[in-house]
Design a protein around this ligand. Structure first.
Ligand code: GTQ
Length: 359
C-alpha cells in the first residue's frame, strides 16, 4: 500500500523539530526572517521625539552638584531614543548627549576612533582642544573632534557651559573598529597656538600640496556668527527651497566633502511664517534649534519647538517644519555614510527639477 502524504500538523511538527535540531549547529531558517531582515522600505525603531531644553537643563545642573568631571571623565546625560531604550542611541546610527562643564572644571584628555561633533547650547568661556590646539566656543558653534585625535575640555567662563555631543560610535562599533586610549599612558601632543587651524585652512587658502584625502575637516570650529551670516546672505539673493527654506552644509575645505567623514552636518534658516513641503529621506536626523521657534509634523505627530530644543526625525518619516518666528536649525545625520555606500534616498513632495536646488 502507498503511504499517504504527511498531514499539515505532521509537517509543522517535523519543521519544529528540524528548527530545534538545526539551532545548535548555528543554522536558522531564512524563510521565517526574510520579511523582517529585508524590509520593503525602512522600518526604523527610532521614534519622533523631542528633548526640551528648559526641562533637561535642571537635570544637567543637578548632575553637576552630584558628580565632578574628574570622576565622570565626561559629565554627559545621554539622549536616548524611547524606541531603543538602553542602547545609547538618538537615531538608529547616532549617539547624542548633553555635556556640562562648570567654571574651572576640566575633562581630561583621551582619544578614540569614534569621531565627535559638539554643538554649543549655552555659555561662554568653554574650550575644547584637538591634538594640542584649543578653541573657545560660543553658543551655536559647531565643533569637530576627528577620529583618533586627543581631546580635552574646560571652562574658563563664569557660568555653566553646555553642548550637545554627537558621535559616530555606533557605526564604529557595528564594524568592531573601536579603540580608545587615556592620556596617562602616552606622551602629550605638542601644544599649538589657539586659532592655528583657522589661519591655515579657514581663509580660502590651503597649504600647497596639502593632502586632499583627509577624511575629516582640518577646521574644527565653525562659528555660529559665520553660519548665520552665510544663511542670511542666501536669503537676499536666492530663492528659498520649498523643502528646506535656506540650507547650507558644513564643508571640509580641502575637498568640499562633508566636514566629518561619518556625520553629515548642516544649518538651515526658515523665515518667519515659512512652512516646508513634506519631505523624507533615509537618514534619521537630529535637529537642534539654534534660534527661533516653530512646529514640525513628523510621521503625523506634531512637535512644538523653541530655542535649545533637540528633536529627531527618524529615517523615512515624512516631515514638514513651520517657523512661527525666524528659525535656525542645526541638522546632523548619517547621510554622508549612506552617500558613500550608494544607499541614500530622498522623497520630495515637489520633484527637484521643478525648483531651484540650493538645498
Ligand atoms: O567629550 O570625549 O558624549 O568620549 C561621549 C564620549 C563625549 C567626549 C561623549 C566621549 C565624549
Amino acid at each position: 500500500m502507498q503511504e499517504s502524504a504527511p498531514s499539515a500538523t505532521d509537517r509543522q511538527q517535523k519543521l519544529a523539530a528540524f528548527y530545534e535540531r538545526a539551532d545548535p549547529h548555528g543554522l536558522s531558517p531564512l524563510w521565517l526572517a526574510l520579511a523582517r531582515l529585508v524590509p520593503a522600505q525602512p522600518e526604523s525603531p527610532a521614534r519622533a521625539s523631542i528633548w526640551r531644553y528648559d526641562e533637561v537643563r535642571p537635570f544637567l545642573i543637578e548632575a553637576s552638584s552630584l558628580i565632578g568631571t574628574e570622576e565622570a571623565e565626561r559629565r554627559v546625560l545621554m539622549l536616548e531614543n524611547a524606541g531603543m531604550p538602553g542602547e545609547a542611541k538618538i537615531t538608529r546610527s547616532l549617539y547624542a548627549g548633553l555635556q556640562i562643564i562648570q567654571p574651572g572644571e576640566y575633562a581630561r584628555r583621551h582619544r578614540h576612533t569614534a569621531a565627535a561633533l559638539r554643538f554649543v547650547m549655552e555659555g561662554t568661556g568653554g574650550w575644547t582642544s584637538v591634538d594640542g590646539e584649543r578653541t573657545y566656543m560660543e553658543p551655536g558653534d559647531f565643533v569637530v573632534t576627528p577620529s583618533w585625535t586627543w581631546h580635552e575640555h574646560g571652562n574658563e567662563g563664569s557660568g555653566p557651559v553646555v553642548w550637545m555631543d554627537g558621535l559616530d560610535v555606533h557605526i564604529v562599533n557595528l564594524l568592531d573598529a573601536g579603540f580608545r586610549q587615556d592620556q596617562s599612558e602616552h606622551a602629550a601632543p605638542a601644544e599649538r597656538t589657539t586659532g592655528a587651524s583657522n589661519s591655515t585652512f579657514g581663509m580660502n587658502m590651503l597649504p600647497v600640496g596639502c593632502d586632499r584625502n583627509r577624511a575629516t575637516s582640518p577646521l574644527f570650529n565653525y562659528p555660529y556668527a559665520k553660519a548665520r551670516e552665510a544663511l542670511h546672505g542666501l536669503t537676499r539673493d536666492t530663492a528659498d527651497d520649498p523643502h528646506f527654506g535656506f540650507r547650507l552644509r558644513y564643508a571640509n575645505p580641502v575637498n568640499g566633502d562633508w566636514a566629518i567623514a561619518t556625520i553629515a552636518t548642516w544649518m538651515q534658516l526658515l523665515p518667519k511664517g515659512f512652512k516646508t513641503q513634506n519631505y523624507r529621506s533615509t537618514d534619521g536626523t537630529v535637529f537642534v534649534v539654534a534660534e527661533g521657534a516653530g512646529r514640525s509634523i513628523v510621521g503625523g505627530q506634531s512637535i512644538d519647538w523653541t530655542k535649545g530644543d533637540i528633536f529627531v526625525v527618524p529615517s523615512w518619516s515624512m516631515a514638514s517644519h513651520e517657523a512661527s518666528e525666524e528659525a535656525v536649525l542645526f541638522g546632523a545625520s548619517d547621510r554622508v555614510v549612506q552617500e558613500k555606500l550608494g544607499l541614500w534616498r530622498e522623497h520630495r513632495q515637489i520633484p527637484i527639477d521643478e525648483h531651484l536646488a540650493y538645498s
